[in-house]
Design a binder for this molecule. Structure first.
Ligand code: ACO
Length: 321
């Protein structure tokens, strides 16, 4: 048994900041941001739009696309590093909003690898016959966790949510490779605000995303192709058989480098960071929704999804559409 994709959805706040808007906040330029990252604009949530509302809207669209009722969902997993509340989790709030009364719900923190890890987790439940229908969501309000005075990070991130409905079916294929490198976790950090009250000298900057960009870049360009190649060689699938490679949308240069190292044409690596920036846990599922809605996917197509990010964590999964 595997979980087959039967519906996708995404949602991003209507408010958009382009690179010129950021050039008014920090010492940067549209040209620098485009050349170094591929980002042109990002969606920014208003005060009344939070991770729960974005996740629920993306999920509602995925349910409509799958043509299933909320009560049919057995499992909701939300991947996020920006939950609206610690408790209840975002998944339980989404359950309430959708009326998905039969679902078991929990959140998962895997930073930018989050939605990949959530997909893997849902697949494990579905393949064991524990649940029949799963809703996997990646949702982030990173604008609330971004230091808007730090040009090294603020140019990268955006808000949004993506969702996918999976149904257990006899046919299909799913395989995964994942790895974590906890000892390199200092390259990408975000300190919990709950911790600050215990400290005499709270360093507020630590409660925003802090990143050693070069270290993360070097990690991503080596480990993502390695994971993809390991996955395909273990599954005995030549890379030409893959219809699309969907990579976490952090940086166009990382994706171009990964394509070269995998040995595949860049046209097989759809990108949308120009519109959204890096939406962490949401990025892969927003991209999956766009690819599905483009009408270019046929049943039976093989897709590789690959993520990398805070932890450090990374991985690649193979899914037959
Ligand atoms: N505008 C203009 N100049 C800038 C900016 C900016 N926004 N940011 C840095 N610079 C300057 C630097 O100060 C430096 O100047 P100097 O040469 O005078 O010292 C110069 O530009 C080069 O800086 P680098 O940091 O070397 O730039 P780099 O080419 O490495 O690009 C970037 C930086 C875009 C952040 C890149 O390192 C990157 O994309 N890293 C990966 C980030 C990532 O993928 N994160 C994903 C995980 S996110 C998650 O898990 C939540």
């Amino acid at each position: 048994m595997t979980g087959k994709i039967c519906g996708t959805g995404s949602w991003a706040p209507p408010k958009v900041w382009d690179n010129n808007d950021l050039a008014r906040l920090v010492d940067t330029s549209d040209e620098w941001i485009r050349e170094r990252t591929g980002v042109v604009q990002r969606h920014i949530a208003e005060e009344n739009e939070d991770t729960v509302t974005m996740a629920s809207r993306a999920a509602q669209r995925a349910l409509e696309d799958a043509d299933i009722k909320a009560e049919e969902i057995d499992l909701i997993i939300v991947a996020t590093i920006s939950p609206t509340e610690i408790m209840p989790c975002v998944a339980c709030r989404v359950q309430e909003k959708l009326g998905a009364e039969n679902a078991t719900c929990f959140d998962l923190n895997g930073a930018c690898t989050g939605s990949l890890l959530a997909l893997n987790t849902a697949q494990a439940y579905l393949s064991q016959g524990i649940y029949q229908t799963a809703l996997v969501i990646g949702a982030e309000k990173l604008s609330a966790l971004t230091d808007w005075t730090d040009r090294g990070t603020c140019i990268l991130f955006g808000d949004g949510a993506g969702a996918v409905v999976l149904k257990a079916e006899e046919s299909g294929r799913y395989a995964q490779v994942t790895q974590s490198i906890g000892k390199k976790g200092g390259a990408l950090t975000l300190r919990s605000r709950n911790q600050i009250q215990y400290e005499t000298d709270p360093k507020a900057k630590e409660t925003y995303i802090q990143m050693n960009g070069k270290e993360v870049f070097t990690f991503a360009v080596s480990k993502v192709p390695e994971a993809v190649k390991n996955l395909l060689s273990r599954e005995k699938i030549p890379c030409e058989d893959i219809r699309y490679y969907l990579l976490h949308q952090a940086n166009e240069r990382i994706i171009r480098s990964a394509a070269r190292r995998i040995g595949e044409d860049i046209s097989k690596f759809p990108m949308n960071m120009d519109e959204y920036g890096n939406t962490s846990s949401a990025s892969l599922l927003i991209l999956l929704d766009e690819v599905k809605k483009s009408g270019k996917l046929q049943r039976g197509d093989k897709l590789v999804l690959a993520g990398f990010g805070g932890g450090l964590t990374y991985g690649a999964s193979l899914i037959e559409y």
